[in-house]
Design a binder for this molecule. Structure first.
Ligand code: SAM
Length: 455
């Protein structure tokens, strides 16, 4: 039967579930071949099947349209709206809306709607399987979509725009859930007050007989520079006549660090270089080469770019403005809690052009790099800004507190990356105790050695 288009209206529940945009292709096909099936309307002239076709024919200026009118109870409306959309290419948002509607009917133990003749009994299926059967998506795909919606709701729009595939989004969401669970677990395990102690020994650290084997989780130290300052005549490192002697002495000095460091532990060695007769000695790398010969594994050479380097009046070379922080370990299976640096605007995902294949579906070939929204893995070039924001990021993640001011942050980061609260940190050349102060802040125990008592 034919009816005036002006008498018809959308069913209000349709708009809650479906969008009525992107109907250009549909309008085009209706203008060429007409309507292949009548619109289905209820007794109130509300459209149950054909809401998108209704938009198209209004756009095309149709005055009359073929309809089939049925008496439909309120109970049946939602089911029918979804039922008639089963074959259509839908957005992920629409699948989720359909799920929200149907899950109420299919919750375990309810089974209220089996009276509806168009709903197949789906014997033996669980609630989610029944819903996925109704809306025309596999149960596992629906499961992934629900997981993404729960943990990364902002991804749903990215999926619909073709920026992300369900797989990419699911992997990212799972990774983040795992990371956050492991953080919570550690926090819960540590809910008792954690004892943190401070010990200082005024003696040379080449023999730390006070410490047990493997007692230390992280070592962070800045040994004396060679040939710069006389710390002590007696056992003082740095007073050697040649740089060779210094390199040998210092690398042997660290033998006892190997003994006291846990196999899961880390050793951060911060060093600057020295000129001799105008010739830069390459001391940091020479020390590290010796340490590698002794079995230490070099995991990173971090450049610490100084904000206010010591000025130099030289007219023939540049002002030295950075130091090295070497990250060394005893094995490759060491404890590590990675640091994320916040993203800047440029690294946030942008929208590539939409790709549609000939069947009208969005193409899955678009595979952009989607950065973790919380930040990216920190690089090995550190300056004050990078360190400040990264420390804030990692520390806020852990306990919501703001960290200590620079330059203690340069020490804070390695300690956060390689130890947990309550574990013990060693500085074998502790000087005024910067590392110890950071440990107090971070709730770690501290052991310091120095020939001179500053602390
Ligand atoms: C560059 S300073 C360390 C500065 C320290 N990071 C701070 O926060 O003040 C090097 C320190 O190593 C100490 N030192 C030199 N030889 C030593 C040795 N054999 N054992 C222990 N400490 C030593 C010096 O007394 C000096 O305090």
């Amino acid at each position: 039967m034919k009816i005036k288009v002006s008498k018809l209206k959308h069913h209000p529940r349709n708009q809650d579930i479906y969008t009525l945009s992107s109907i250009e292709d549909l309008s085009e096909s209706i203008s060429q071949v007409g309507l292949l099936q009548p619109l289905i309307i209820n007794q109130n002239f509300e459209i149950i099947s054909g809401n998108r076709r209704f938009v198209s024919i209004k756009k095309l200026g149709w005055k009359e349209v073929e309809i089939e009118q049925r008496t439909i109870t309120e109970k049946e409306v939602e089911f029918l709206l979804i039922h008639y959309n089963k074959q259509r290419v839908k957005t992920f948002r629409e699948f989720l809306n359909e799920y929200q509607v149907l899950k109420r009917y299919y919750e375990i133990g309810q089974g209220k709607r089996t009276d509806l003749t168009f709903v197949s009994p789906n014997k033996g299926l669980n609630g989610r399987d029944k819903v996925s059967e109704q809306i025309g998506i596999s149960s596992s795909q629906l499961g992934r979509l629900l997981f993404i919606y729960k943990h990364q709701p902002n991804h749903i729009d990215l999926l619909d725009k073709g920026i992300l595939t369900v797989n990419q989004s699911y992997l990212q969401a799972s990774r983040e859930v795992k990371e956050s669970d492991s953080r919570k677990e550690t926090k819960n395990n540590n809910s008792k007050p954690i004892p943190n102690t401070w010990r200082f020994y005024q003696k040379s650290s080449d023999n730390m007989s006070e410490l047990n084997d493997g007692e230390i989780q992280t070592i962070y130290t800045s040994p004396p520079y060679w040939n710069k300052r006389l710390y002590s005549e007696n056992g003082g490192i740095g007073n050697e006549k040649t740089s060779e002697e210094f390199v040998n002495n210092l690398s042997n000095h660290f033998n006892d660090c190997w003994r006291v460091l846990n196999n899961k532990g880390s050793f951060f060695l911060n060093m600057g270089d020295t000129f001799y007769n105008g010739n830069l000695q390459n001391i940091p790398h020479r020390v590290v080469l010796k340490l590698q010969e002794k079995g230490w594994i070099l995991r990173n050479t971090i450049i610490w770019s100084k904000t206010n380097p010591k000025p130099s009046s030289s007219k023939s070379n540049l002002t030295p403005s950075y130091e090295f922080i070497f990250h060394l370990t005893k094995t490759t299976d060491y404890d590590y809690y990675r640091t994320l640096t916040p993203l800047n605007e440029k690294t946030k995902p942008s929208l590539p052009p939409r790709h549609r294949s000939t069947n009208g579906k969005y193409s899955d070939t678009v595979s952009p790099y989607l950065p973790n929204i919380k930040g990216k893995n920190m690089g090995d070039y550190w300056n004050e800004d990078i360190v400040r924001t990264s420390v804030a990021n990692q520390k806020l993640e852990i306990d919501g507190e703001h960290p200590a001011p620079f330059p203690e942050q340069i020490v804070t980061l390695p300690i956060l990356q390689t130890s947990r609260e309550g574990e013990t940190i060693l500085d074998p050349f502790c000087g005024s105790g910067t590392v110890g102060r950071v440990c107090e802040n971070l709730n770690r125990s501290f052991v310091g050695y120095d020939l001179i008592k500053f602390v």
